[in-house]
Design a protein around this ligand. Structure first.
Ligand code: ADP
Length: 412
């Protein structure tokens, strides 16, 4: 097979993100998104990427699918029309929770599927929908190997002192209640990119990586391995996010239930979907909307938008500072994800609050490094006292490429 490609699938509860990637040349042939599945607004769009034969990037809407299976069937039809099916040698799936069992990409068989199903007790929102994608792909691409790449895998190197909660040990021993961490594929990708920029092997890099999107997490990487991360048993723990609260006093949950009459389902929705930037601003979970409203500076909305962004940045800065407990040297701090890659305001606010570590940002490069540009945004004099020279990197993440490369590696 000439230039084999991997179909990468990221299946959410009402969406399927997909891309076809040639891992060796790191070329994305097409990508797309089916969203609002099982509702009347369901849609699917495919983006054909520019290629060396001069075909330019264009986006096309396909016939609206009903569910995940139909979305994938529509995709197969397109791949056939484009003569791409014969180039695809495997399907790589993003699977959110691999528990303690999976620290590497894994060829999917019936046993692996039932383990992913069992792990749904730890990730009830994610693993079942990832399985929908796996089952739908088995039907649509019956002859192709399917590979699972787990979001938790990169963090399986965390030591006990980082992954244990301060609760009775039998809850870990008997019920697997511990910190797992997420966004592992993204943290791994950006760390690897920075290692290349530093011209050092990843195994000798010490980095802190802040993935700031709708979901946000900060990870500390020592000698190339994740040694701590802000998310926990679920993606709810850690820094404040778009709609998730991040760390709160667990006593608040008792208060909501016992004193304010919330049901557990309502608490779940409140903390996962109505908190964070959205909850404080009462306006939006979208960082762009909040920055624009804040800068208008005229009314109550602007004040609340600023407050939400202030809490957001402060909590991220605190999380970064706390990870100095895990390192004796720092080669760099990385910003990635939709906010980390694009919001110069958020980056500036975070770094400004780390002045005790002598972190200083270069305003000019900070402004220039947005909308897909990668680069170093540290001021010349940014040198954490007693640490090595530190650089702040903005790196566009590419989880799909990691899934494609790891799938290809497993097959070879
Ligand atoms: P997800 O976690 O869903 O993958 P993304 O990584 O795409 O999310 O990040 C989405 C976030 O990125 C949103 O809050 C969005 O407002 C923010 N974002 C995207 N572009 C910009 C920008 N130019 N300035 C500020 N924030 C941005």
């Amino acid at each position: 097979m000439n230039n084999p490609a991997i179909l990468v699938i990221n299946c959410g509860s009402s969406s399927v993100k997909f891309s076809v990637i040639q891992p060796e040349s790191e070329t994305t042939l097409l990508s797309g998104l089916a969203e609002c599945l099982t509702t009347e607004d369901a849609s699917i769009k495919i983006k054909y990427h520019a290629n060396s034969e001069g075909i330019s990037t264009k986006t096309k809407a396909l016939a609206a699918p009903y569910d995940h299976q139909e979305a994938l069937n529509n995709l197969v039809k397109q791949l056939n029309i484009l003569n791409l099916v014969q180039n695809i040698c495997a399907v790589g799936h993003r699977v959110v929770h691999g528990g303690e069992l999976y620290s590497q990409p894994t060829l999917i068989n019936e046993d692996v599927k039932s383990t992913i199903e069992n792990l749904a007790k730890l990730a009830p929102l994610h693993n079942p929908t990832n399985l929908i994608g796996i089952n739908a792909c088995e039907k649509a691409f019956a002859s192709l190997p399917q590979i699972a790449v787990f979001d938790t895998a990169f963090h399986q190197t965390m030591p006990e002192k980082a992954y244990l909660y301060g609760i009775p040990f039998e809850l870990y021993n008997q019920h697997s209640i511990r910190r797992y961490g997420f966004h592992g594929t993204s943290h791994y990708f950006v760390a690897n990119q920075v290692a290349k920029l530093l011209n050092k092997p990843l195994a000798s890099c010490n980095l802190i990586s802040a993935h700031l999107g709708n979901g946000c997490s900060v990870t500390v990487i020592k000698n190339g391995e994740s040694v701590d991360t802000s998310m926990g048993m679920t993606p709810l723990e850690g820094v404040m996010m778009g709609t998730r609260c991040g760390d709160i006093d667990a006593g608040i949950i008792f208060h909501l239930v016992e004193r304010l009459g919330y049901t557990l389902e309502q608490v779940d929705t409140l903390l996962n979907k109505k908190s964070g930037l959205l909850g404080i601003s009462q306006l939006s979970n979208d960082c762009r909307t909040l920055e624009t409203t804040m800068l208008e500076g005229k009314n109550n909305d602007s004040a609340l938008a600023k407050l939400a962004l202030d809490v957001f940045c402060y909590r991220i800065a605190k999380s970064i500072a706390s990870f100095s407990a895990s390192l004796t040297e720092l080669d760099g701090l990385i910003f990635t994800g939709g906010i980390g890659e694009n919001s110069s305001w958020v980056r500036q606010q975070i770094i400004a609050q780390l002045s005790l570590l002598n972190f200083k940002i270069c305003d000019v490069s900070n402004l220039a490094t947005r909308f897909g540009a990668s680069g170093n945004i540290a001021a010349e004099s940014s040198r954490p006292s007693s640490l090595s020279l530190s650089l702040f990197w903005v790196i566009a993440t590419n989880e799909e490429l990691v899934i494609a490369q790891q799938s290809a590696l497993l097959l070879s």
